[in-house]
Design a protein around this ligand. Structure first.
Ligand code: ZN
Length: 507
């Protein structure tokens, strides 16, 4: 507890210098001054399209994370949740202590009495083996599995009203891989942090907080803005969502301020062992973080070449990448790779063992997720095919784009081989919660889903199929789409029903 106390004292000192007075207004302390919490209602005004000059300061400060020309996106997302986080990261202890202010604008017509946040590191699966605890000072109920916190508001929030919630949190990351994928934990001297702070559940017809599945993705998130101050001991390299906008040496190490632009979550990985290779791609900083090489490894230069090739393919096929940075990070991941906005992680074993085909495939798949899941979002638990089938098939499209027609045929044959005639294979649009192990989930959702997209392409023809992908990206950029949206657009572009094809692969 001494460490926690010192940390709070540091925060107090830092906040005195850096916090605008109106924020201090909503903070009050309890329990001997060790917790900060508070809540404030702001009367909202109906949204009107904003010119960038009129953007509120919390949106203006997000601009460095976006390429020039994307400022209009900030105005369009002016009601998106906004997180302000200050977090002290102790890699040696694998702990994070943080404070967070969450600004939530209620857009639904029905008043709402609760705000729901996800505490994913408390899940037994996927994130497994660590913990995330939150102190709000407001009456709140934790779900039985510890992953969902229902915070009760003193009075219901009405349509277009804004709620500001201040809370403190502490997290412990496991030091070895237990039940998780390695996305929250420390291994090979890398501390990888996904879901390390309370993440607001999206509000659709009520709060969307699905159970954490045994396999697949657990997070369903709407686009949000993050302003994050990370306090770290000296000497660490940081890969993350978003863009560093300030760096400051402090007595204990350093402080980095980052902004995310519109992001589904804010992930990071810190290590003293990273080597960083950087390339400029038309204004986007592509950064490759690698761990020390072993003989026979694919070199970082070769890996960067593949990153650039697939990135080029996807911007041309699906639409522009709006952010100023993409971090590709080598760490210990038990399922090959994992995607976050502006950052992907790749299992270090793949490059080290010169498993070039596997490495290349995972790299391409995860980068494709920047478009499928990242930009055009979906309910990744109920309809995981909407990002996984697309990211899987994206490897075929990227290989064709780079190497020419037929370059993805071997992948197609692999997926056909693993699914054809397999009894009891679940439909493409199965939920992640329907599975208790990886292989049947992969075969049903990834492999079959990619084969469906290939058949759809053959049915529609290349011109219409690629127009469909681009238009779907455009229409659902920064949103959460559903399978029905994709089918409806496909049929509109195709000019006739696709019932037979859809019924072959889907429920
Ligand atoms: Zn994937």
């Amino acid at each position: 507890m001494r460490q926690m106390h010192l940390f709070i004292e540091r925060f107090k000192a830092w906040r005195r210098d850096h916090t605008p007075s109106w924020v201090r207004f909503v903070i009050f302390s309890v329990g001997g001054g060790t917790l900060f919490l508070g809540l404030l209602f702001n009367q909202g005004s109906p949204t009107a399209p904003m010119q960038s000059a009129e953007l509120p300061s919390h949106l203006q400060e997000q601009a460095p994370a976006l390429l020039a020309g994307n400022e209009n996106q900030l105005a369009r997302l002016s009601q998106a949740p906004h997180y302000t986080i200050q977090a002290w990261i102790h890699p040696d202890a694998r702990t994070i202590e943080g404070q967070m202010k969450l600004v939530y604008t209620h857009r639904a017509a029905e008043p709402e009495q609760e705000v729901v946040v996800r505490l994913l590191p408390n899940a037994a699966s996927i994130y497994g083996g660590g913990s995330l605890n939150v102190h709000t000072g407001l009456p709140s109920t934790l779900s039985e599995d510890g992953t969902t916190l229902y915070i009760r508001l003193p009075e219901p929030v009405q349509q277009n009203e804004q709620v500001e919630i201040e809370l403190s949190f502490s997290a412990l990351a496991p030091d070895q891989l237990h039940n998780g994928y390695g996305i929250f934990g420390q291994a090979r001297d890398v501390l990888t942090l996904a879901g390390w702070y309370p993440i607001l559940a999206p509000y659709q017809d009520g709060w969307t907080a699905p159970p954490v599945p045994q396999v697949g993705d657990a997070l369903v998130a709407e686009m949000s803005f993050y302003t994050v101050d990370l306090f770290l001991p000296a000497g660490y390299q940081v890969a993350s969502t978003g863009q560093v906008v300030e760096m400051e040496e402090i007595p204990e190490g350093e402080r980095l301020r980052l902004v995310s632009g519109p992001a589904r979550e804010f992930a990071l990985a810190v290590s003293k062992e990273f080597s960083v290779l950087e390339r400029d791609w038309n204004g986007v900083r592509l950064r490759l973080f690698t761990l020390p090489d072993r003989p026979g490894a694919v070199t970082a230069e070769e890996a960067m070449q593949e990153v650039e090739e697939s990135f080029t393919a996807f911007t041309e096929l699906y639409g522009p990448y709006p952010y100023t940075e993409l971090d590709v990070v080598e760490t210990v991941i038990t399922i090959g790779g994992y995607e976050f906005t502006g950052m992907v992680v790749i299992d270090d074993e793949l490059r080290q063992q010169s498993r070039r085909a596997d490495y290349s495939y995972i790299l391409v798949h995860e980068i494709a997720h920047q478009w499928w899941y990242g930009l055009a979002g979906n309910h990744s638990v109920d309809e995981p095919w909407l990002d996984e089938a697309f990211a899987t098939y994206s490897a075929v499209l990227a290989y064709e784009h780079v190497r020419g027609p037929g370059a993805g045929d071997e992948l197609l044959r692999t997926w056909q081989g693993s699914t054809a005639g397999q009894p009891g294979l679940a439909p493409v649009d199965s939920s992640a919660v329907d599975f208790s192990s990886w292989t049947p989930y992969r075969d049903a959702v990834y492999s079959q889903g990619a084969l469906f997209l290939h058949e759809l392409r053959q049915e529609m023809g290349d011109e219409a199929f690629f127009r469909l992908l681009r238009l779907y990206q455009e229409q659902h950029r920064y949103g959460l789409a559903e399978g029905q949206d994709f089918f409806a657009l496909a049929e509109t572009i195709h000019g006739q029903p696709l019932t037979e094809l859809i019924e072959k692969w889907f429920k």
